[in-house]
Design a protein around this ligand. Sequence first.
Ligand code: GDP
Length: 442
Amino acid sequence: MFDNLSARLDSVFKKLKGHGKLTEKNIEEGLKEVRMALLEADVHYKVAKNFIASVKTRALGQEVMRSLTPGQQVVKIVNDELTALMGSQNESLNLSGPKPVSVMLVGLQGSGKTTTTGKLAVSLRKEGKKPYLVPADVYRPAAIEQLRTLGEQLDVPVYPSDGDMDPVEICRKARIAAQKAGCDTLLLDTAGRLHIDEALMDELVRIRDEVQPSEILLVADAMTGQDAVNIAESFDKALDIGGVVLSKMDGDARGGAALSIKSITGKPIKFIGVGEKLNQLEPFHPDRLASSILGMGDVLTLIEKAQSVIDEEKAVELEKKLRKSQFSLEDFRDQMVQIRKMGSLKDLLGMIPGMSKVKQFKNMEVDENELVRIEAIINSMTPKERTNHAIINGSRRKRIARGSGTRVQDVNRLLKNYTQVMKMIKKLNKGGMRGFGRGMLP
Ligand code: GDP
């Protein structure tokens, strides 16, 4: 996500930071490059233009804060403005109204609607809600089947829609069935087309008028860039949507849709899809994304993820260890087991400030077998060795390799990687990265 934009902004800021004092001229030059970077990221030209204008007004009009250098000040202003551009705060699902409430998911075919319906069921259930899935796409028989399979997989009830039924009727009857089943939140997976057409919009309006959903979410594919923005505009005009789920953000290196939707449509992005798996839906946090674009690392998201799978006490203990850089191989192994519960290691590392710039991690593809190997290696060490890896000499490395069914090279590599991570942690601790360490986990 946002790789190119991040790199471009990074180089603009490096130049700006080189000046002790910023003049109107160097600010203007810097902003010209920021504007180019935004356009290259496929940000709507009007959005880019307004963005630059507000950054410029603030940069020129403001007293430089004593704690910041002029260059840092510009970074801060860009950070604030990027956050504002994306909607400032996370906006959650609107689930108000008489129970059961309905969330209507709309969008073009292939945008990720059905997958998102499943993902939302997972996240609602985590919040203690009782979701009920409603397949309302009667034109594509496979769509009904797809949601039914998802329901079975998740053990969430699904309305037994039939391809011959009228979609409005399905949604109406599903509400009664959900109530009977003791469910409180209906997720309506409506029909999609390849292009926006009137018949589709008419049907969606009829469903909306019948069901009176508390939330209408448009699912749009981030990889389509400005098309996603146009689609959001059209659906909003016809249906007055409540928000957007931007799917496939994991495959979108540019980020234009994420940066333009709020400002063009006035409607917030509420969630982003970051993978095909059902736990890969994240609340959209403009502030965190802005700092991640500026290379500050998405620490808060990382902490939130970590906290959802790791118990508090352990987290506090680990935080202390991390702060004192006493993170042993044993902790490393325990964490690896936890991390595997959280998702891809590469994604997690990318959220740690500075990590994305560490060469070794840049193109790191984590192979699950590798994780199993690492675990076996650490298990073959003595407790003493796990707390003090420096005592592991050549002959012990051989023994450990044999004990874990791996090769000496594997043991060497693990120890090298571990030392590198420790160095990184030490550096970050010293640098006093804001937020780092608070519940931070490797
Ligand atoms: P629908 O036609 O709108 O219901 O779309 P589907 O839910 O069937 O999704 C279309 C394709 O996009 C499927 O292959 C999904 O696995 C994939 N997909 C959906 N969301 C995401 C996402 O956030 N990331 C990635 N990488 N793929 C996704």
